[in-house]
Design a protein. Structure first.
Length: 640
């Protein structure tokens, strides 16, 4: 539903009022929080201790001081590994070398200081285990090590969510059909780097991300399935994906993954029809690199400028077994064979001498325009009687391996810049180009080897900018803006133009052109988002204020019935004269129906014509050849 500007402004005013009261608003928080307690050897708290939290990857430091209860809190920390150093007068310095902090996670540590002795420093080298006790949220964090090391044939990290409690996958069709505690797919909020990447047009997929994340691009993600906090953003369930980032150490990789059909088995029907095993070959080839920007004698970006980038090429030439029904060579001449109901051997009759062309006195003849087109599409060799409704004489099966390809190119770039110790900026860009020819998933495929079929093509883009700031030891802020766009076209390679601009439905056997449902169509649901989160540690309280504005458009077009469809057949005003009494020895109802369908096809007898009309504007009226367009817009703003 579209909201007026007045409603949007009113919503923003309510946001500001809520923030002034310290109410937490709906804006998804990607960063983590580190809390801790400073005590001595007797467990007595130590106030006024100096605490330095250092991002091990980038060297960025965050400083604070323990309060009167010995507690400290550092907010808005990017996911990663941190070093915590605590110093207090009269005590030896204590260092906890590794504290793992996940996306939107709260970690708690305890620093125990010893009375100072000359040269004494307490260093905890083991990684600090994080047990979340600060919230009741049911959250599963998948870190970088798990993403890389766990087996993933699809190379899609989100496939790992099927192993989590509360996630149900009722079918084997894939993770996109998984649900959280039985909720609808649109109840799940999927974000990458804070920006919504769900399919906002087809909202039935709980874990389908338009950004197409892969193992090499994702640094970490988490899934929250219960006890969702007010700072989690929209949705009863949350999936937060973070793109991998560069660090002070340079890392790179080259990879090549392949799957093939060497160990695959053929299907029973293919073996029966002597059709070879479908071909399979998948190749994923790519590279990734990340580290500081360093130009000798020009610029040293260590502790300041970090970059990470990947490229992956996915190539899959493929084939799928398909079975079609076709007319035999005799049937294409109007010669029909049937078994008399009175018994005896099969008989053949000339349908052109039995039927009529409607109520006219014209003698039925073969419609050369229709049959030349049909015969050019439907083969007459390599036919069988296995896998379809074959009657052996007039209608037979044609089984073939349909060739195709899946081509995907993925690009990722992330840049992090430390402006000062208190301010940093972040930029992330992901792009994926898809081409599936033909579109096997939606059945936009050739009816026969010589047909043109269609494909699905899309370009998915996600861009994010963020500004992170620290204001003294107790205040932090993150401002984030981004957009998502994923235009996709379900394209038909216009078989119908070979018929003079018509689609052709023949009945009885497989149509030589695509079905009406597979006319060209497409959609795009661009998302624009603005998010701000401000955290303030005041005494023994940690306050967080936030707001989010999200705009979602849904641009779509569909050619539906604007291309005329000719349906061959007969009706009461245009009968074909194929009746039971014209077949010597009697004919079964099934054979009679097939005889009628064969006659209609070879003579091109017209059953009906349908064509739809759309309009380009309220004043244009309905005009031919214009697709149906729908362009709704939706605004979400705080409060939600």
């Amino acid at each position: 539903m579209t909201q007026s500007p007045t409603v949007v402004r009113a919503g923003l005013l309510v946001c500001l009022f809520a923030a002034s009261l310290g109410i937490i608003s709906h804006a998804q928080v990607l960063t983590g929080t580190l809390t801790g307690l400073v005590v001595d050897q007797t467990e007595a708290v130590i106030p006024g201790a100096s605490v330095t939290v250092t991002d091990v990857s980038t060297g960025r430091e965050y400083r604070t001081t323990s309060d009167s209860a010995g507690a400290f809190t550092v907010t808005n920390l990017p996911n990663g590994v941190y070093r915590v150093m605590v110093e207090a007068k009269g005590f030896a310095k204590a260092t906890i070398e590794r504290v793992q902090l996940g996306v939107s996670q709260i970690a708690k540590v305890t620093a125990r200081l010893e009375v100072a002795r000359l040269g004494t420093e307490v260093v905890v080298t083991a990684e600090q285990a994080v047990v979340q006790t600060e919230t009741a949220e049911l959250k599963n964090v998948i870190d970088r090590a798990q993403i890389i090391n766990l087996p993933l044939p699809t190379r899609n990290p989100l496939d790992l969510v099927r192993t989590m409690p509360g996630i149900a996958t009722p079918t084997s069709s894939g993770i996109a059909d998984s649900f959280v505690h039985g909720l609808r797919g649109n109840s799940t909020n999927i974000t990458q780097d804070g920006i919504n990447v769900a399919d906002n047009f087809v909202k039935t997929s709980a874990f389908f991300a338009l950004s197409a994340p892969t193992v090499d691009t994702v640094g970490e993600f988490n899934v929250s399935v219960g006890g969702i906090g007010a700072d989690a953003g929209f949705g009863a369930a949350q999936v937060s994906i973070r793109t991998h980032r560069g660090s002070n150490e340079f890392h790179s990789s080259l990879f090549w993954f392949q799957r093939n059909d060497n160990l695959n088995a053929n299907t029973w029907f293919n073996n029966a029809a002597t059709v070879p095993r479908p071909y399979q070959l998948q190749n994923r080839i790519g590279a990734s690199a990340g580290g500081p920007v360093y130009i000798p004698k020009v610029y040293d970006g260590r502790n300041r400028t970090f970059v990470f980038g990947t490229y992956e090429a996915y190539r899959e030439p493929l084939s799928r077994s398909r079975t079609r029904t076709v007319l035999t060579p005799d049937a294409r001449k109007g010669l029909f064979t049937y078994v008399p109901t009175s018994g005896g051997p099969a008989r053949q009759v000339d349908l052109l001498s039995l039927g009529t062309l409607g109520t006219s006195a014209a003698r039925p003849v073969i419609n050369t325009d229709v049959m030349n087109f049909y015969s050019a599409m439907a083969p007459t060799e390599g036919l069988s009687d296995t896998g379809c409704a074959s009657d052996t004489y007039n209608i037979r099966c044609f089984v073939f391996n349909l060739p195709g390809k899946n081509v995907v190119d993925r690009y990722t770039l992330r840049v992090d810049q430390q402006l000062t110790n208190d301010h940093a900026i972040e930029f992330v860009f992901n792009q994926s180009d898809f081409d599936s020819t033909p579109d096997l998933l939606n059945g936009i495929e050739p009816m026969f080897p010589k047909s043109k079929g269609g494909n699905q093509a899309s370009r998915r883009q996600v861009a994010t900018w963020a500004w992170q700031s620290v204001f003294g030891p107790s205040k932090t802020n993150e401002l984030r803006f981004g957009f998502t766009r994923a235009p996709v076209g379900f394209n038909l390679f216009e078989d119908y133009k070979d018929t003079g601009g018509y689609q052709l439905t023949v009945g009885t056997v497989t149509d030589p052109t695509m079905t009406q449902a597979n006319m060209p169509q497409g959609r795009n649901t661009p998302v624009r988002q603005l998010i701000d989160n401000f955290a303030w540690v005041r005494g023994g309280h940690s306050l967080r204020f936030g707001g989010e504005y999200r705009q979602i458009l849904a641009n779509s077009y569909f050619y539906n019935v604007v291309v005329p469809r000719v349906n061959l057949g007969s009706n009461s005003a245009n009968p074909n004269g194929i009746t039971t009494d014209k077949f010597p020895g009697g004919i079964s109802s099934g054979d009679l129906g097939r005889a009628s369908g064969v006659f209609n096809l070879v003579t091109g007898l017209l059953g009906s014509i349908q064509q739809g009309f759309n309009h380009t504007s309220p004043k244009s009226g309905f005009v031919p050849g214009v697709p149906r367009r729908i362009d709704p817009i939706q605004h979400h703003s705080c409060p939600n």
